[in-house]
Write a protein of this length. Structure first.
Length: 161
């Protein structure tokens, strides 16, 4: 991917090992990129439990337990949805940490309220949930890479605290 993402993945692994914690991911717009970055680190099988690519709303419901009401009321790209995705990913994997991501990487799909580059993240860390929305500039690949880097950086900060 890139050096920054590799370094973040490596540091995250060290922090999780030190706490004897594991992590799982629930990804939509990143299509497994976070899981790919994590598993590029040798030894990650000791701290990475699983990744779920839940691209469709049906997959978010069936695999992660996101409620139809949440999707109807707020949409797939929302803080409410990524909160439920992170909770589902942590519960299913019995992990202390989970990352979820859902966004509009483009070039299509944006609206005035949620333009292309809008990405929502959920972070489940030891029972606490933090949700964040970001707006990234760039083409589809750039939005996806920035999302992966942001997710790893943010979860690393949360795990450190």
């Amino acid at each position: 991917m890139n050096l920054e993402i590799d370094q973040l993945s490596h540091l995250l692994g060290q922090k999780l090992l030190a706490k004897n914690w594991t992590i799982s991911c629930a990804e939509s717009c990143t299509g497994g990129g976070i899981g790919y970055a994590i598993t590029a680190i040798s030894g990650s099988s000791t701290w990475f439990k699983q990744g779920i690519i839940s691209y469709s709303n049906e997959a978010k419901q069936q695999l992660l337990g996101v409620s139809a009401q949440t999707l109807d009321n707020f949409g797939a790209v929302s803080l409410e949805t990524v909160k439920e995705m992170a909770q589902g990913a942590a519960k299913i994997a019995q992990a202390q940490v989970a990352i979820s991501v859902s966004g509009i990487a483009g070039p299509d799909g944006g609206t005035k309220q949620k333009p292309v580059g809008t990405v929502c993240f959920g972070f489940y860390v030891d029972g606490q949930i933090t949700c964040v929305q970001q707006l990234f500039k760039g083409d589809r690949q750039q939005v996806r890479l920035k999302s992966i880097e942001f997710a790893l950086s943010k979860v690393l900060g949360l795990v450190r605290n």
